[in-house]
Design a protein around this ligand. Structure first.
Ligand code: 13P
Length: 260
């Protein structure tokens, strides 16, 4: 299969803080990480807890820090009687510009289906928030040789009815569930194979232009020691980092590894 050139695609590295950090801790992180970010080749994003969106977005503005703030989830209605939920326009209002959708922790702990995630993707796009759509197979699915089938069905259902124009505004993230928080990273070769499969699928369904341009991040036990090799793969355009994004030193090392 021909390799597709990543040369023109932006490198996007996102820290997903999950349910970590108070407002003070989040602000301290932004202060500490800003002088450590030396790579000008990377768009650096932080998906922070809802409570930290506004304070960190304000601080980023004040410092002129090269950071983009986003959320980790949302609901698909604009407003209404949905206790405990948050709307895309509320995230935007607080200073977020992107939102992670379909993370495996949402799919598996909170039982979110691809069709539910699809509604959120469409709402985020409609309201002007960049969706970062996560997909990935379970360990048992991998062992049964079903990785590509799982990726295909998650992509198909989560992106159902999304136009090429809208898809061009999105980011995809391949996060094999068995690699999340386990210390077992996918090998660069396995990550590359999955990314190429995802890109080929997008090319087939939405066309060459969109498929070749879309940014596909890898997530799952990314650390300073493996970031550079993962990023050097042709179809790995960025990283989605959990645990190692909580510390300014390890996160900045991951970002700066793009320049190595
Ligand atoms: P870890 O980097 O902690 O494995 O988490 C990955 C992840 O879920 C990012 O969204």
């Amino acid at each position: 299969m021909p390799r597709r050139s990543s040369k023109k695609r932006e490198c996007v590295i996102t820290g997903n803080w999950k349910m970590y950090k108070t407002i003070e801790e989040a602000k301290q992180f932004v202060e500490n990480v800003t002088p450590k970010l030396s790579s000008s080749q990377v768009k650096v994003c932080l998906a922070v807890p809802f409570t930290a969106i506004h304070p960190t977005a304000e601080l980023v503005k004040k410092l002129g820090a090269p950071l983009v703030i986003g959320g980790q989830n949302m609901y698909d209605a604009t407003e209404g009687a949905f206790t405990g939920e948050i709307a895309a326009r509320m995230l935007l209002d607080a200073g977020a510009t992107f939102v992670i959708l379909g993370h495996s922790e949402r799919r598996h702990i909170f039982h979110e289906s691809s069709s539910f995630i699809n509604k959120k993707v469409k709402r985020a796009l409609k309201d002007g928030l960049t969706p970062v759509l996560c997909i990935g197979e379970l360990d048992e699915e991998r062992h049964r040789g079903e990785t590509n089938a799982v990726l295909e069905s998650q992509l198909e259902a989560s992106l159902e009815g999304v136009s090429p124009e809208d898809l061009s505004k999105m980011i995809l993230a391949y996060e094999p569930v068995w690699a999340i928080g386990t210390g077992h990273t996918a090998t660069p070769d396995d990550a590359e194979k999955a990314h190429l499969f995802i890109r080929e699928f997008i090319v087939e369904k939405w066309g060459k232009k969109i498929g070749n341009a879309i940014v596909i991040q890898y997530g799952g036990s990314v650390k300073p020691s493996n970031a550079q090799e993962l990023l050097s793969q042709e179809n790995v355009d960025g990283l989605l980092v959990g645990g190692a994004s909580l510390d300014p030193t390890s996160f900045s090392e991951i970002v700066n590894s793009k320049d190595l």
